[in-house]
Design a binder for this molecule. Structure first.
Ligand code: ADP
Ligand code: AMP
Length: 215
């Protein structure tokens, strides 16, 4: 299956991808995770994108699109199936993705839109905690790790993302409304959009989607 996960920051794209990855056996590609890894390793790309990520602005289209293009060219993702999380984030990125996939002869099948309300998003983002080592997601107070600050999955250190603070969340929401929300209509026009109420529990969201996919 070949799909993109759409929705505001905190809608649960990463959480759902984690669940669907096991169910559907497809890859999860998160541009946010890739860029944070580059920052952690202090690579030239990491240094280039740091200022955008820390302030909640978008990294320039050509930088992220090149990253995705390389992933598709170097891997058999298009054959094996994937979920893109956090990409595309602008109409230009959506158009460029179509071109990349057209070259491979494997067009996108679904654009899954996780529709979520603002108060829910804010609670999710301010409570989000992430494992520095394996990326497992937690939430304070809803899904805390068993031992404070330590990942249940790998024993890694749990931290709060620098951009999950109230001021940056506000910028990210403004950026989302202005630049990313319009691509919902882009995929609707292509007949690929599947909308789901993402305020619901993540297992319930997963169940609804599996039904929509007929899987
Ligand atoms: P996104 O990838 O869309 O930014 P995440 O998957 O990282 O969002 O989720 C943000 C936070 O909300 C995490 O702490 C996660 O544990 C929590 N969360 C995600 N989906 C749900 C859900 N359906 N119900 C309750 N909490 C959720
Ligand atoms: P995320 O992990 O998806 O919340 O992304 C974190 C940050 O990474 C965003 O606020 C952007 O600064 C940057 N980013 C991730 N994906 C993209 C993208 N497709 N286009 C531009 N910037 C991105």
């Amino acid at each position: 299956m070949r799909l993109v996960l759409l929705g505001p920051p905190g809608a649960g794209k990463g959480t759902l991808a984690g669940l669907l990855k096991e169910k559907l056996g497809i890859a999860h590609i998160s541009t946010g995770d890739i860029l944070r890894e580059e920052m952690k390793n202090n690579t030239p790309l990491g240094r280039e994108v740091k200022k955008y990520i820390e302030t909640g602005e978008l990294v320039p289209d050509q930088v992220v699109t090149k990253l995705i293009d390389n992933k598709f060219t170097r891997n058999d993702l298009a054959d094996k199936g994937y979920m893109l999380d956090g990409f595309p984030r602008t109409e230009q990125q959506a158009k460029d993705l179509d071109k990349i996939l057209q070259k491979l002869g494997k067009p996108l099948e679904y654009a899954v839109y996780l529709e979520s309300s603002l108060p829910v998003i804010i609670k999710r983002l301010t409570g989000r905690r992430v494992c520095r080592n394996c990326g497992a997601l937690y939430h304070i107070p809803n899904k805390p790790p068993k031992r404070k600050g330590i990942c249940d999955e790998c024993g890694g250190e749990i931290y709060q993302r620098a951009d999950d603070n109230e001021e940056t969340i506000k910028t990210r929401m403004d950026v989302y409304m202005q630049s990313t929300e319009p691509i919902i209509a882009f995929y609707q026009a292509q007949g690929k959009l599947k909308k789901v109420d993402a305020d619901k529990d993540s297992r319930e969201v997963q169940r609804i989607l599996m039904k929509l996919f007929g899987a």
